[in-house]
Design a protein. Structure first.
Lengths: 177, 576
């Protein structure tokens, strides 16, 4: 029995229906697996949702879970991938006191070097946005932390595969109906 | 011809303005439902009002508890192959369905459950008898859906019946808010023929079938284990043809029982924890294990690390998620059992594995001498459960459907009941739901009135749904009820004896007078305590036209053997 845990990114194409989140998360819950992050959005095809779920588990478990996800009536297709097989990003927002932008020159350097973007500036605060890998987001967080962060939020991972997904043709046939 | 088609089109296209609740009944009728089991209450009253108006076309059976309604629907489905229907109100009515739904999910039984729900403006407000039944039932349903607008009813019902029955069957729940039941809309009904995100039966790969045939043809000691997939897929004839042509000894899981007559020379018995000695033992000696429509449940496999390690394993299965879930297989043949076996048959060589089959016979002899003989022809004073089954076999000529509950009597019933017809073993396998048998027997008998239905129940499980005697009283459904009374929760007591040093924690039952209780419901009843009275009593029960209750006092501390203790290998099956 395989026992080493790995990080997997699960991509699920589904119909857009009430309650499906509950149905899918229950499959992880049954096996006592924590969901690290989850993101739901539209996909490349109208009326088809795409979910990106990150979990840490063994590959054996992962394969069984994919089977159990796929058999749900409203799930069109499910895949799992390792980090090497995908291009993935997260996004985050920092809310920081505006004074710091002018008083702390270091902050301007951090913004520049991290390739983050100022979304808005008001008298009281400014909002910084950064997209990238978890490590980049973490680094930026560590760098800004000493200056005081008013609010911080990070999105779940979203990912596309390097290889073509066989789903595309299937989805196209949906779209043409 | 053309005008006919046009007329037909006009019929289906024709829309009528009716209420959501009437639409529910019309949908059921369109799906061929003429009986359903349920219990009324506030949030489902509009539908009940319509059931009253349509009572000459659809028969509602009032069970005494909603759990009974689900089990009755299961019994109906299991014996008939059709979709069973249960209906209940919101809140507690809905939550009471859950055990039956979970049972149907794990045993792949097609049922549709309908629940009323508070008005949509009240959803989420903790209204009276509001419960999130869609949320609660999600992990135990194949599909579920909440309807808040009457116009959704036809499509959702059509999908529900399609999903429940197609592919690997399972339970579906439809929750309907009260306002949707009252709302009027233009009704028309069209059956569901497909859902784009749902592929109920995988496409059979001829190459996989050919590979399977090649492996089977080369096998010296092939062994088949079939499950309920044969019955659900109506592949009994194909299974028989395959095993006869290739001369393969075949064993069954508890839910596969009755797919092949018990007396068939290649039927080598039941696998699993309390299955037969030979098929369990020889699982670890065969060279090719052919699993058909079964899911390698832990009660079947015992310790996975020592399960059929020497064998090549071929898995014929409709549900891709079952492949390699518990046992890693060498070859999977995905598809419907009937189709797969039909394609396999012409590729098989005619063979006769006589010496291999002889091994099964030899081990049967060992089991017979050490266990079966004592179970069926006891010499001790106390009655055994086995001899009751033997008597029932005799009186019914093995034609009855046996509905068993859960526990020792269930294992005895499955081990010793003689089956000559398919869909004859109705029991709660995967979930092990005590209280299943009495309501399931009611549903089964109503589905197929021409068949004898005998419920075999322990004194524990009987009292979990004993209130359904009221349903029998009211409907006069002629089920035969046999309670094998040992004044114990026998299976738990057996484990306490074997693994907990005989500390009988909470397993002894002080029971009421069951005969009097049955008589209170005007059910003819008798109790047998002596061997000499048994045959006559069973005969009287079977000859009686109406419902009948027979209590048999059996030995208090008998154990069911053989047994594979939890965590042990199938080949370490114990005879005592």
């Amino acid at each position: 029995m395989e026992t080493t845990n790995k990080l997997f990114t699960v991509s699920i194409y589904t119909e857009n229906n009430v309650g499906l989140l509950n149905r899918i998360s229950a499959i992880f819950q049954r096996r006592h697996i924590n969901i690290e992050s989850i993101s739901s959005s539209v996909s490349e095809i109208d009326q088809v949702s795409r979910w990106t779920i990150v979990v840490e588990t063994t590959e054996t478990q992962m394969r069984k879970i994919i089977g159990q996800i796929e058999k749900q009536v409203e799930v069109i297709k499910a895949y799992y991938h390792t980090d090497e097989e995908i291009i993935y990003q997260e996004s985050c927002l920092f809310k920081i006191k505006s004074d710091l932008l002018f008083e702390e020159r270091q902050i301007q350097n951090i913004i520049k070097e991290s390739n983050s973007r100022i979304v808005t500036v008001s008298r009281e605060f400014f909002v910084l946005e950064k997209s990238g890998r978890r490590s980049e987001v973490d680094l930026l967080y560590r760098e800004l932390k000493p200056f005081g962060i008013m609010q911080f939020v990070r999105s779940g991972r979203i990912a596309v595969t390097k290889q073509e997904m066989k789903i595309t043709q299937m989805l196209e046939s949906f779209a043409s109906v | 011809m053309q005008t006919k088609t046009l007329q037909k089109e006009a019929m289906t296209q024709k829309k009528e303005r009716i209420s959501g609740s009437e639409a529910v009944v019309r949908c059921l009728l369109a799906e061929g439902v003429n009986i359903l089991y349920g219990y009324p209450g506030g949030a489902i009253m509009p539908v009940y009002d319509e059931l009253f108006k349509y009572r000459d076309q659809i028969h509602h059976v009032l069970t005494r508890h909603e759990q009974g309604a689900t089990h009755a629907a299961q019994g109906f489905a299991r014996i008939s192959g059709k979709v069973g229907v249960a209906i209940a109100t919101s809140g507690p009515g809905a939550t009471n369905l859950i055990t039956g739904i979970a049972d149907a999910q794990i045993d792949s039984t097609p049922i549709v459950c309908i629940t009323g729900q508070v008005g949509s403006h009240l959803l989420g407000s903790d209204a009276f008898q509001e419960t999130d039944i869609v949320g609660i039932s999600t992990p135990v349903t194949k599909w579920n859906h909440q309807i808040t607008k009457a116009s959704e009813i036809p499509e959702v019902f059509a999908k529900a019946f399609y999903i429940a029955k197609s592919g690997r069957p399972g339970p579906v729940l439809i929750d309907i808010t009260k306002d949707a039941q009252f709302e009027e809309f233009d009704f028309s009904y069209e059956k569901c023929t497909g859902i784009r995100s749902y592929k109920p039966v995988p496409t059979l790969e001829p190459l996989a079938v050919a590979k399977a045939a090649e492996i089977i043809n080369q096998a010296k000691k092939p062994f088949i284990v079939w499950g309920q997939g044969i019955i659900l897929g109506e592949a009994e004839a194909e299974l028989k043809a395959v095993i006869e042509k290739a001369g393969i000894p075949a064993a069954w899981t508890i839910l596969g029982a009755s797919a092949l007559p018990s007396s068939h020379p290649l039927n080598v018995g039941m696998v699993g924890m309390h299955g037969n000695y030979a098929p369990n033992k020889l699982t670890n000696e065969c060279d090719v294990l052919i699993a058909i429509g079964m899911r390698f449940d832990d009660r079947v496999t015992g310790n996975l690390n020592t399960y059929a390690k020497q064998a090549k394993i071929i898995h014929f299965e409709i549900d891709p998620a079952e492949v390699n879930k518990n046992v890693k297989v060498d070859l999977a043949v995905l598809g419907d059992a009937k189709e797969s076996l039909s394609q396999l048959l012409p590729l098989l060589k005619e063979q006769d594995h006589a010496s291999w089959l002889q091994k099964f016979k030899d081990l049967y002899q060992v089991e017979y001498e050490q266990i079966i003989q004592n179970d069926l022809y006891p010499t001790k004073e106390g009655l055994t459960m086995g001899e009751v089954l033997k008597e029932i076999n005799l009186q019914t000529k093995g034609q009855a459907a046996i509905v068993s509950d859960v526990g020792q009597h269930q294992m005895i019933a499955c081990r010793y009941a003689e089956f000559n017809q398919t869909k004859s073993n109705i029991t709660s396998g995967g979930l092990g739901t005590m209280g299943f048998a009495l309501p399931a027997a009611i549903g089964a008998k109503m589905a197929v009135p021409e068949r004898e239905v005998v419920a075999i129940i322990g004194d524990g499980g009987y009292q979990m749904t004993i209130q359904e005697l009221g349903t029998i009283f009211q409907t006069r459904v002629p089920v035969k009820i046999v309670v094998l009374n040992n004044n114990f929760l026998g299976m738990v007591r057996q484990w306490q004896q074997l693994f907990f040093d005989k500390r009988y924690a909470a397993t002894e039952l002080i029971n009421p007078d069951f005969v009097q209780i049955a008589q209170g419901y005007a059910i003819k009843a008798q109790k047998v305590t002596k061997r000499d009275d048994l045959g006559k009593a069973v005969q009287e029960m079977m000859e009686h036209e109406g419902p009948y209750f027979l209590e048999v006092s059996v030995e208090k501390e008998d154990n069911v053997f053989p047994m594979i203790p939890t965590g042990s290998s199938v080949s370490d099956i114990r005879l005592h």
